[in-house]
Design a protein. Structure first.
Length: 109
């Protein structure tokens, strides 16, 4: 499977030890939102997942590439035409909403 030439689904997860249980709960209940960006709008968010299991707790979401395009990050113009870097596929994740979340170290985001 080549994510530069084929449609695919992916998953992003944050564990409790990285972001804390408060962040996980707020992401799951929608107080913290997620947006995926690329040069064009080619990603669709899917289901979210929250596992409350002590030190193995985590939160995450599914996403799907909906179309294969030439201007898919990372890319550049070469000889006046868009040229994709075929070695990787980048997506920017933007978190929105309530960023006051307590982390395991009791620091605010």
């Amino acid at each position: 499977m080549n994510p530069r030439t084929e449609l695919y689904k992916g998953f992003v997860f944050w564990t409790k030890d990285v972001c804390g249980l408060d962040f996980s709960r707020k992401l799951r209940n929608g107080l913290i939102g997620v947006h995926l960006s690329d040069t064009t709008d080619v990603y669709k968010l899917g289901d979210s997942y929250f596992k409350d299991d002590g030190k193995r707790s985590l939160v995450g979401f599914e996403f799907e590439l909906t179309q294969v395009v030439d201007k898919d990050t990372p890319w550049k113009f070469k000889n006046g035409a868009p040229l994709k870097n075929m070695a990787s596929d980048d997506v920017q994740i933007t978190l929105t909403g309530s960023f006051v979340a307590e982390y395991s170290e009791n620091t605010a985001f």
